[in-house]
Design a binder for this molecule. Structure first.
Ligand code: CMP
Length: 156
């Protein structure tokens, strides 16, 4: 689920009480989790890992199969695509990455690299599927956001 070897992972562990509070309260207005009811969030929490990455770590690599999605808790990532001069996006706390491969069943559309030490909540594909199946509302929102990202990749 999490890239090994040269991945630059410093730590991976279950979420603690402070992080659960952030997920429960701080994320009300953030796309993905704002559609997730408290009960659903509580259901998924035990499956989430908090992963701490060193600067320059690759979280997703373009062309690889996708097996997890990530919600950035602290830090910044840059999304890049081969043959693009400019970064596709720079994303910070509260944004998610890695959802497209899970939703569309495609290989990773881009590479996601940490630009500083970064912490992200990781949700494995099978657990992601569990909440997607139970929350059509949330899935619609997530899919809309993922479609917009896909459009941006296609038009540049
Ligand atoms: P995925 O294709 O699974 O892996 C690469 C990730 O980069 C992708 O999911 C998105 O989370 C992210 N990504 C791709 N295109 C964009 C974009 N236009 N804006 C922001 N993030 C993107």
């Amino acid at each position: 689920m999490i890239r090994g070897g040269k991945s630059g992972i410093l730590e991976a562990r279950p979420v603690d009480a402070e992080e659960i509070a952030w997920l429960q309260q701080g994320l009300r207005n953030v796309g993905f989790f704002s559609k997730l009811g408290r009960a659903q969030l509580e259901e998924v929490l035990p499956y989430m890992l908090l992963v701490r990455y060193d600067k320059g770590s690759i979280i997703c690599e373009e062309g690889e199969p996708g097996d997890a999605m990530y919600l950035i808790y602290k830090g910044t990532v840059v999304v890049t695509k081969k043959d693009w001069g400019e970064p596709v996006a720079i994303l910070e706390e509260g944004h998610f990455v890695g959802e497209m491969a899970l939703l569309f069943g495609d290989p990773r559309s881009a590479t996601v690299t940490t630009v500083c030490q970064t912490e992200a909540f990781c949700l494995a594909a099978e657990d992601f599927k569990r909440i997607v199946d139970k929350s059509p509302d949330m899935t619609r929102t997530l899919r809309r956001l993922a479609e917009a990202r896909r459009q941006q990749l296609a038009h540049s």
